[in-house]
Design a protein around this ligand. Structure first.
Ligand SMILES: Nc1ncnc2c1ncn2[C@@H]1O[C@H](COP(=O)(O)OP(=O)(O)O)[C@@H](O)[C@H]1O
Ligand SMILES: [Mg+2]
Length: 263
């Protein structure tokens, strides 16, 4: 495989290698957020509260990983009300992708709150930090070629946009589960709407905290299909699978002319 051969060549010539476009853009985005404190030979930055951070170059390139995996990395970001089917559809899709030999990771709201984000609550500030951390973790996976399914209510438009703008074009696919609140409340799989209506949960999305609908989601999944029939979770997952297929996420990146020449 040309990319693997290229990788060994690359390590041989590691010291002389100039930055590829992807690493260059990653470094550029780091620089936008950071202040440089030493010269270009091994530039050191201050990032937020951290000082003397050096962006390490020379890791295995993304396209090599994507070729190994036979797919392209992407973050598929499921957003919608509680009970809209984010977890159900993401899980159904993940199994369908696994059956096709695709490498995925599924990050899901409650699970992440058990670990990475267990110190966060549901205030607007904590919700923002919750989404920011998940966005960064998702980005790391996608940049390693993994199809990353992120299933979070993520009710605030600004928080979702902040995740999107940290990623390269095409790496963030917003999937809006546009299910009416009446249906979500009727399903109420965790009894949360009942508890919110009874005043036992405060700040519940859709009841006494807003859900801001996406304005330009790549995918919008409705409860009913065009013929007005209720859609199964499998049918919804199939729609998303079709999108991934059509947009080329289920194949390795095509070798560029310059890379092919070195193969
Ligand atoms: N077409 C469908 N898609 C997704 N979930 C559905 C569908 N029809 C019924 N459900 C049910 O709705 C509930 C959705 O819950 P869940 O997936 O946990 O939502 P969320 O993760 O958005 O809070 C589940 O109990 C699921 O079985
Ligand atoms: Mg869920």
């Amino acid at each position: 495989m040309f990319a693997l051969r290229r990788l060994s060549q690359q390590f041989g010539a590691h010291a002389a290698r100039s930055l590829g476009p992807m690493q260059a853009s990653a470094c550029a985005s780091q620089q936008q957020m950071a202040s440089v404190t030493s010269g270009p030979a091994g530039a050191v930055y201050n990032v937020g509260q951290a000082t003397n951070i050096k962006f390490h170059d020379g890791m295995v390139p993304r396209d090599v990983k994507e070729e190994i995996l036979g797919q392209k990395g992407v973050v598929l970001w499921f957003t919608g009300l509680s009970g809209s089917g984010k977890s159900t559809v993401a899980c159904t899709l993940e199994h369908a992708l696994a059956a096709r030999g695709k490498m995925t990771v599924l990050l899901d709201g409650d699970n992440v709150r058990h670990g990475l984000n267990k110190n966060l609550g549901f205030s607007a500030q904590d919700r923002e930090e919750n989404i920011r951390r998940i966005g960064e973790v998702s980005k790391l996976f996608a940049e390693s070629g993994v199809i990353t399914l992120a299933s979070f209510i993520s009710p605030y438009r600004k928080d979702r946009e902040n995740v999107r703008i940290r990623m390269a074009d095409g790496d963030f696919v917003e999937c809006y589960m546009r299910i009416p609140i009446e249906l979500c409340e009727e399903r109420d799989p965790k009894g949360l709407y009942k508890a919110a209506r009874a005043g036992k949960i405060k700040g519940f999305t859709g009841i006494d905290d807003p859900y801001e609908e996406p304005l330009a989601a790549e995918l919008v999944i409705d409860a009913k299909d065009e013929a007005g029939t209720m859609q199964s979770a499998e049918a919804m997952a199939a729609t998303i699978m079709h999108f991934l297929e059509e947009k080329g996420y289920l194949s390795a990146p095509a070798p560029s002319a310059s890379k092919a020449a070195t193969a």
